[in-house]
Unconditional design. Structure first.
Length: 385
């Protein structure tokens, strides 16, 4: 084992914090590499971030693999490495004649300020799937990050929302097929911040074979999103103009997303997902006007007379009925809190995963509840039809 490999092995066993490899010999292969530890479902991995031109590539590796990759990089591509652990700093310099010089600086108290700051930075950001100090092409283009990877102060809420959304997707990765292309439709995609995030995460980080379609009614939005996808080289992300209720552009879909589709548009998205027997459904409903217009019950008159209370009750009832109808259609369904950038109470996400077989039908109880409230939601009618 040569000296470099020995040092890399040693530093990995001493509380590895981060590594930055730079001073490249070939910019086309990569201008810089950053490596940091990440926890993925309670397992320790090492995330390699490779900068190549305007593109950034992320991959996660186990300990021995990342050691081998660092060793190879410093022998073939980069002339400098700054590697930090809790106990020492290591600088690796490679001369023009490929001679490797290694400089070590021990931290006798284990609290070297430089390392401590890096460790604190890691602790702050490790919960984010997309780190806050590394540029990601779509977030730079959308103004969420500056070109050097810093999150724009006024867009930090959107950055947090994106990462929260990706956590929801991470939880259901094993429910999506691995032996073929995953077909995904995003109904009511709007400006598509989360559509681009989903594509980047599944395609660039998880390396899944996916085909994503974003649908929206606004022509200018679809044109803008299409141009951005083309600019970023997202070849398997497409945008179409159309209405959710009349969409007939697919025969089978694996994952259906509907984020902030207004009023009954969510119901049409859910009905199509059920019809396609989609493996995963994710919906963040918005503007539940239908039940708000219908709901009435003598026993609830004292509280329903307050407009804002009635609006919130109607919204909760709408989503609870939708979740129950999904359960009756064979889905394991959760209602989860989602970060909403509009700062409104409409921040619930319905996440449904296709279960094994149909669940016992509980329609009698649900019918009794809807009769009591004098409501007839669109999703119930669509499923009956």
């Amino acid at each position: 084992m040569d000296e470099l490999m020995s040092v890399l092995q040693q530093i990995m066993e001493q509380g590895f914090v981060q590594a930055v490899l730079s001073n490249t010999l070939d910019k086309e292969k990569g201008s810089k590499v950053k490596i940091r530890p990440v926890l993925i479902k309670e397992q320790l991995f090492y995330q390699e971030t490779l900068f190549r031109g305007t593109q950034v590539f992320h991959e996660n590796f186990d300990r021995q693999t990342i050691i081998a990759r660092m060793d190879n990089y410093l022998h073939t591509l980069f002339k400098q490495g700054e590697i930090q652990s809790e106990q020492m700093d290591v600088t690796v310099l490679v001369s023009k004649k490929a001679k490797i010089t290694i400089k070590k600086k021990q931290n006798t108290d284990g609290k070297n300020k430089k390392v401590e700051e890096a460790a604190l930075s890691h602790n702050r950001t490790k919960r984010y799937i997309l780190p806050s100090d590394t540029p990601v092409d779509f977030m730079v283009e959308l103004g969420i990050q500056t070109p050097d990877g810093q999150v724009t102060k006024t867009r930090y809420d959107k950055f947090r929302q994106i990462n929260r959304y990706l956590e929801f997707i991470e939880d259901i990765l094993d429910k999506l097929p691995t032996d073929r292309t995953i077909k995904i439709i995003d109904f009511g995609c709007g400006k598509s911040y989360l559509t681009f995030a989903m594509y980047y995460y599944l395609r660039e980080i998880q390396h899944r074979d996916i085909d994503v379609t974003g649908l929206d009614l606004k022509k200018d939005v679809i044109l803008h999103c299409s141009q951005l996808a083309q600019k970023l080289g997202y070849k398997h992300l497409h945008f179409e103009m159309g209405d959710i209720s009349t969409y007939e552009g697919a025969d089978a879909v694996d994952m259906v997303v509907s984020l902030h589709a207004c009023d009954t548009a969510t119901d049409y998205a859910l009905e199509k997902a059920i019809k396609w027997n989609a493996s995963v459904i994710m919906a963040v409903p918005c503007c539940q006007h239908e039940v708000n217009r219908q709901i009435q019950a003598d026993a609830l008159k004292p509280i329903l007379k307050y407009g804002v209370i009635k609006e919130r009750i109607a919204a909760l009832v709408t989503d609870a009925v939708r979740a129950e109808l999904l359960e009756q259609s064979g889905y394991d369904t959760q209602i989860l809190e989602f970060i909403d950038m509009e700062h409104t109470p409409k921040n619930l996400l319905i996440r449904a995963v296709k279960g094994k077989g149909m669940r016992p039908v509980r329609r009698d109880k649900l019918t009794e509840t809807m009769d009591f409230l004098n409501i007839s939601p669109t999703l119930e009618r669509l499923l009956k039809e």
